[in-house]
Write a protein of this length. Structure first.
Length: 105
């Protein structure tokens, strides 16, 4: 687990959001995984590191693979929320997930 994923995992647990699964394999044929998933409501969260340092998610090939993964997830009915380090550390990710996960309760 990356440091960024660890931070979000800690926040989700500390603020008692509904229990999540880590590294959840969502696709029946591909080995794609979500960093965080709530399979019963088809919600996932991805911690996107390296946005300002030219990390994998913002370079051509990595970005292309991410698009393929997220489009396949959408076809299967998943709502995927992507969060940068700043969004996680500022609490924006936690607020968004709290709102989405508590919707309708």
């Amino acid at each position: 687990m990356s440091e960024l994923e660890h931070e979000l995992d800690y926040m989700l647990t500390l603020f008692r959001l509904p229990r999540h699964e880590r590294e959840y394999r969502f696709h029946p044929k591909r080995r794609w995984r979500f960093d965080f998933a709530w399979p019963d409501v088809l919600i996932a969260a991805e911690a996107e590191g390296g946005t300002w340092t030219g990390g994998r998610h913002v370079r051509g090939a990595g970005f292309e693979k991410d698009c393929e993964k997220y489009n396949a997830a959408a076809v299967l009915g998943w709502r995927v929320f992507r969060f940068t380090a700043e969004m996680i550390r500022s609490g924006e990710a936690l607020n968004t997930l709290e709102e989405v996960l508590n919707d309708g309760q």
